[in-house]
Design a protein around this ligand. Structure first.
Ligand code: XMP
Length: 317
């Protein structure tokens, strides 16, 4: 019978046999899959696993530092790379969602390839691919898919010529979580909502600026912290704030203001293919709205998305 402990035991033995003294490079995203893959590989080959964590400037507020800290705490051999400006430069002026995704994918590959070159004699690329990614041939998720859509951009980056090791490619998400728990990984990492690879870039409609990212990060942090303190975070499949480039009128003192709108999204789902909007308590929505409007400069209106998928998607872009 399958148990997390038996899976861990066999997988570590297999990884040791397969990898020997070879070096592996792996990109961490802060998500469940890459984290569990990294800890398994680390237990098998120790310091020969070289992890790379890229700050694309599109993560949640304070997420880069806190995730980097927890990875270091786990003893992983990890290099953090602040590439914010490179991503902002590449995104500058782009409004089409697919162009934004492509630009992010391209810069990620460049940054990752540079970092992988610094690992002398590396021969393997580790990936947190799980079974649904394997069977879903046209998946939009994860760096491997991003990489596929960039095959035609001037030849393969060097790291894609590496052999691939994917220790989780027979597991479903709930099994990955159970393995992660058995490995002693921080429940805060294992219980995280899914977060798209292009990050906040697809939660800011239209063009991206560092100022908009800052506003969205502040609003999103207020939202997510309130979901946590109200005890509803774990009941929601995915939640996040969205920045709408719409200005509406408001009033502050005697003055009329024209400021932007934040939309709150929270859904219940099993796999992201279909989703229902969450019936969050009105009192909680009221508290979040007040906190955002009172604290986030540039926002004078908060709305709640009551659309289900299909026909609406979870993300707005
Ligand atoms: P949609 O918006 O298609 O989202 O209903 C379904 C799930 O996929 C995530 N998503 C993405 N993940 N890169 C990703 O890694 C993407 O470009 C992307 N677009 C959507 C979304 O967050 C949700 O979990």
């Amino acid at each position: 019978d399958w148990t997390p402990d038996s899976f861990i035991e066999t997988t570590i033995a297999e990884l040791k046999a397969k990898l020997g003294d070879d070096k592996v490079v792996l990109g961490l995203s802060g998500g469940v899959d890459s984290s569990v893959a990294a800890v398994l590989l680390h237990q098998a080959i120790g310091k020969n696993l070289h992890c790379i964590f890229v700050d694309n400037g599109l993560l949640r507020k304070d997420e880069y530092q806190s995730v980097l800290d927890s990875y270091q705490h786990m003893g992983l051999n990890i290099k953090g790379i602040d590439a914010k400006q490179r991503f902002y430069d590449a995104l500058s002026g782009l409004t089409d969602p697919e162009k934004k995704r492509k630009a992010i994918g391209r810069v990620f590959i460049e940054v990752f390839d540079d970092a992988a070159h610094e690992v002398q004699g590396v021969s393997w690329l580790g990936q947190g691919t799980i079974y649904p990614d394997v069977i879903e041939s046209v998946s939009v998720k994860g760096p491997s898919a991003t990489i596929k859509s960039h095959h035609n951009v001037g030849g393969l980056p060097d790291f894609m010529k590496l052999k691939v090791v994917e220790p989780l490619n027979t597991l479903f998400k709930d099994e990955v979580r159970r393995v992660g728990t058995a490995l002693g990984i921080d429940p805060n990492i294992l219980g995280r909502h899914p977060f798209p690879g292009p990050g906040l870039a697809i939660r800011i409609l239209g063009d991206i600026t560092p100022e908009k990212v800052d506003i969205l990060q502040q609003a999103d942090a207020i939202y997510i912290n309130n979901l946590r303190s109200a005890g509803v975070y774990d009941k929601v499949w995915q939640a996040g704030a969205i920045y709408l480039p719409v200005q509406s009128v408001g009033v502050m003192g005697d003055e009329r203001t024209y400021e932007n709108v934040i939309c709150l999204r929270a859904v219940e789902s099993l796999d992201g293919m279909t989703a229902d909007w969450c019936h969050l308590p009105y009192d909680l929505l009221a508290k979040i709205s007040n906190e955002i409007i009172n604290n986030v400069k540039g926002i004078n209106r908060v709305v709640y998305d009551i659309s289900s998928k299909p026909p609406a998607t979870i993300e707005w872009e």
